[in-house]
Write a protein that binds this ligand. Sequence first.
Ligand code: GDP
Ligand code: MG
Length: 680
Amino acid sequence: MGGGKQANQFVTTSNAAVLNGEGSFALVEVEKDAVPINCAPIVSSYNEKIRPLLDAVDKLRNLMIMDEGIQLPTIVVVGDQSSGKSSVLESLAGISLPRGQGICTRVPLIMRLQHHSSPQPELSLEYNGRTDRTDEDNVTDDIVKATNSIAGGGKGISNAPLTLLVKKNGVPDLTMVDLPGITRVPIHGQPENIYDQIKDMIMEYIKPEESIILNVLSASVDFATCESIRMSQSVDKTGARTLAVVTKVDKAPEGLLEKVTGDDVNIGLGYVCVRNRIGDETYEEARAIAHELFQSHPLLSKIDKSIVGIPVLAQKLVQIQANSIARNLPEIVKKINDKLNYCLSELNKMPKNLSSVAEAMTAFMQIIGLAKESLRKILLRGEFEEYSEDRHMHCTARLVEMLNQYSDALHSCVQSDPKNNFLIEEIKALEEVKGIALPNFLPRNAFLTILQGKVNGISSIPIGFVEQFWTYIEEVVISVLMRHSDNYYQLQLCARRAGHNLMAKMKERSIKWMTEIVDMEKLTDYTCDPEYVAEWNRLMAHQKTFIDGVLDNEKRPSTITIEGIGEVEVEVLRQYPLMLPQAFDLKMRMAAYWKVVMRRFVDLMALHLQLSISNLVNKEMEAEIVNELMGPYGGGIERMLEESPAVAVKRANLNKSIRKLRDSKEVVAKIIDSIVTYGH
Ligand code: GDP
Ligand code: MG
């Protein structure tokens, strides 16, 4: 911009963004005939090359492309309450806006100014999806009405924007967003957190790098303490995208020159000082008064003419806006394409929306087939590639671990310790079964009594293990079923129910079976395992030495160590010299036989569980799920056609985004075409 008087009197140049030969945007200077300012539109060199770009950006804004995370270059008007934001916009548009004390702007007001050649202005308001015509006389009232319908009649604010389109001869082509002013203290009828609400709204608009911050400051305040300055500094430290407008210069001309030349607050795009229309002045009157003020006021006339007046502000804004659009548009085009591709691929990844019973049946069979195969791998074959990271799902390995723990539990319990109460139990049992019979026959009853006691003592271990085992399998099976039926909500519900039912059944069956084994072990003492006799013989070889040791009246040892049993207490045994041989025999038979019993408990458990898992995976699971699906709560295969609420919402959102992005793509494609035609 040229400096000095000339620039104030005549607006001569403006920048326009055009597409250069390589397909990227560049700025060119466009010379227009100079027109005396008093009869000229605010920006005389309305530029035909910026217009389609700005139109495109406005169209993208209307399509709500910002919702897709794509930011548009936007001039955002911020300022403390009553700093004169609405007045500045009024001055730029040459129309009346609601202004004054208190909070007038309660929703984001997107103001689109468009020059048009007809002398007749055309105004319209868009909000909540409707468009209402209005005119200069009614626009203030209509904005108030629209604001009330968006944000309610009270003093509250809302995020839903209101768009005011002003087509008027001579206005600069600008789109700006006016935001509620920052207010510290809620007034009567305002929510307590009004400050935070407004601050959040402002931050949302000024945060994106693409936003240009038009900071409106009253000349009468200390800029450094201005809330709006602090906010814009927090997102734009160097001020590279901040422009300051100083209002009310007529009220506080003292020291203004120093304030704007000193720039203590980092305003990268510079200051413009203005005097807005006051009261009932017409725009022409106001412009003349402002012009006069900057010409002849003793203090204000000292300020360089390149930074005073509404025309200068308009000029700067048009330029900054054109720069910003030109800079950002290629990236926006790219972002639209990227986001569109992303949404399309997300949509592709989603499960097909089932539309017939045949489709549902196919999907069902596929899911069951895949789930069965996964379960076979992890439960039976030990192939873990589907869950390489998840050790919990490496079932064959975890099962062996569990079985080992089970075996340890059996072997370390007190019933399995032959040293415990050595021979005392045997002596008592022998005493209780004595009868009229020859001595020296080992009574089988005594053996069975002891055996039953011991088996009873350990019976909770296998039952507890079975429960633990099926709880683990239940987790695994349900997790696999859920993974494969991920996208079919109804099927998931069924599969989960079926899983629970099935596991309860399996658990019950195993417990029944285990109880039977316990009963079998209590009823009969039998084995064909030759190891039993061999072990008994080995142990019996120590019988004589042991008894001699116990009855040795000289040494009277308190403990004796027997090979294969360990060190045992013998003090009390001296009271039963006659029963010792039989008790020892009984003990050693039991010790040898108990090993057989323990082995049977572990072996049978392993075989039983293996068979149960195999049945579960190969037969029962599928039947149970089908039953569940066809049963009273399943609703049949047709129910599978219903998507989960989450999936349905996701699909709808993706489709909506895709529609929006396709429309946006069309918008930018059109302007790139039109720029190519204009530019050459
Ligand atoms: P907003 O709350 O920031 O939108 O502020 P308004 O635009 O509503 O202005 C607040 C008050 O300051 C109104 O009464 C305006 O008339 C007044 N005002 C705005 N600009 C100027 C100006 O340049 N000079 C004078 N004297 N008053 C102004
Ligand atoms: Mg306002």
